[in-house]
Design a binder for this molecule. Sequence first.
Ligand code: C2O
Ligand code: CU
Length: 486
Amino acid sequence: MRAISRRQVLFLGGFGVAGTAAGGAGLVWALTSRQNPVTGRELTQPPEERSANGQLQVRLEAAPGKIVLAGQQVAALGYNGGIPGPTLRVQPGDVLRIGLVNNLAQATNLHVHGLHVSPEGNGDNVFVSVDPGETFDYEYKLPVDHPSGVYWYHPHHHGMVADQIFAGLFGAIIVEDLAPIESSVERVLVISDTTLDGLGNIAAIPEMERMMGREGDLILVNGQSNPQFSARPGQRERWRIINACVARYLRLRLDGQQLQLIGVDSGRFPTPKTLAELLLTPGNRADLLVTTATGGSVLRAFYQDRGTMERMIRPGRGTRSPADQSDGTALATLHVSGEPVASLPSVPTQNVPGDLRAAPVAARRQIILATGMNMGGGSMSFTINGKNFDKTRTDTTVSAGDVEEWTLTNAGPMDHPFHLHIWPMQIIEENGHDNDQVIWQDVVNVPANGHVKVRIAFKDFSGRSVYHCHILDHEDLGMMGAIEVR
Ligand code: C2O
Ligand code: CU
């Protein structure tokens, strides 16, 4: 357990006033009974908002509050009072309007991660800042050929992204299929991590952990700690999984069940891919079919070595903690019993995004992700092409309509998951090996001392946006660049 810090009192400031009015001086929130995470409850789904007649209009209020997390009441941040916020279900071609109400004690804004929409004006514009007490009306017009799949929303105010997500601000967006994929049940599983202090507040994070990329003590599914749910044998479930952790890589297994991956991010495979293990870096999403087998299984997250700064600071120390090497962390428990259900028709062949491997390339660029030690102290620099983020500087200028090839190079000892807004990336080559499949993602892991080649079609939209490391502490520390397509 951690002691409460002054920083954190400031962080949850608006709520602190209410908390201390009833409680003792200096406390942000005092729980009546402080317990360990409550596990084994029935899995819940976030509330859903669904588009009708080509439109979805929602109000999202970001506010501090007393929110149930891991079965306990904690002082956290939520959209519309919940963690996660509501799931937004839209169709290709829809207009999504979100009125973001900022009732936090600090500035925020909104990013619709993975959506292929305009970055300008009141679109997916991360340069917007919404001050406390203000409302901002976002409007996103999805193209009619927008890829179906799993997306998500979260704040993107530079310098505060990791803290605001860690405190509870995130939610799912589903772009529905035009040709439905039959399943007996669909579940949204938003995986996040956080740490609570002894008083039931979101813990403050020391500088050193920020530089590493914070990993919370609790890994939660829809804000719950190891919830459970039931199915009958042979049931085909559709799981929409989001890695909403600030920095944690999720290596997921569900042993004994059949897993078939429809796609990752906006990318799809023509036919579902059978797999035993699924790696989601922060920001990635999976669209997964689970065919259930009697007995059930535990969804577990296993430790993934994403490199460590410690190797640089104290060479020879490679791993994080022995506990991470164990048999993983139980995220959710699936019980399967009863009469088998009839099997469903096979999944229709999916529309796969185009293939840029043979496309003419208008420009080739190097994107170098680097960390370095600052002089005279323990702090580090986080840069892309040698520069720390500056929102007034445009780092990359692209001609609208061009296909470019970017070589993403990681010169350091830690992996960095690279995210480009608006335009997805096709992974062409990883560490010198050509990809023989068509793989599209919007977060691409660039391994420590490795490189990845991607191609991007800068089509449909122009405007200014960003690319960055999706270890959101790294982004907040400056590992981000601005791009303008014109
Ligand atoms: Cu999910 Cu720029 O981020
Ligand atoms: Cu990083």
